[in-house]
Design a protein around this ligand. Structure first.
Ligand SMILES: [Fe+2]
Ligand SMILES: [Fe+2]
Length: 161
């Protein structure tokens, strides 16, 4: 049993996770054409994870007998980034926005005493701590490296391990 307003936000969060997945695929292609296939692979993996996050909420809603509404995913606005540090700075900004929308879901669940949702969303709260940490680390590292191509290649190799 989930309250209607919490269910609405969870449905929106599914689409937000799918949007993140598409956004990261766009950034992956961007990195590929910059000449960094390793960063591209890394972002493709992140895209898969975002898709899995959406599916995790989807399965939870089914499990709770709550309706799922699959609607249009917002269009990704392509930005033409020139260097990896600009891409990863953007990823970090995006992850902070995601944290905010997870927090809104949590706030609604708390306001409505949706205890099962509160427990379920805790995983996402913890996940965002890791996502912010990881994306911040990458943004900072690539910023330090700037256009040091061999340093960036070494970082790509390290990420794919
Ligand atoms: Fe996510
Ligand atoms: Fe994420």
């Amino acid at each position: 049993m989930i309250s209607d307003s919490t269910r609405t936000l969870l449905n929106a969060q599914i689409m937000a996770e799918f949007f993140s997945s598409n956004f990261y695929l766009e950034l992956a292609a961007n990195l590929y054409f910059m000449g960094y296939p390793g960063f591209c692979e890394y972002m493709k993996k992140q895209a898969e994870e975002e898709r899995a996050h959406g599916m995790k909420i989807y399965d939870f809603l089914l499990c709770q007998n709550a309706s799922v509404f699959i609607v249009a995913i917002a269009e990704v606005e392509s930005e033409n980034f020139k260097t990896p540090d600009k891409v990863f700075a953007r990823v970090y900004e995006h992850e902070k926005d995601v944290t905010e929308s997870i927090n809104l879901c949590m706030k609604e669940a708390i306001a409505n005493n949706d205890y099962a949702v509160i427990s379920f969303l805790q995983w996402f709260v913890d996940e965002q701590v890791q996502e912010e940490k990881e994306s911040y680390r990458l943004a900072e590292k690539t910023k330090m490296l700037g256009e040091d191509v061999s340093g960036l290649f070494a970082l790509e190799a390290e990420l794919l391990k």
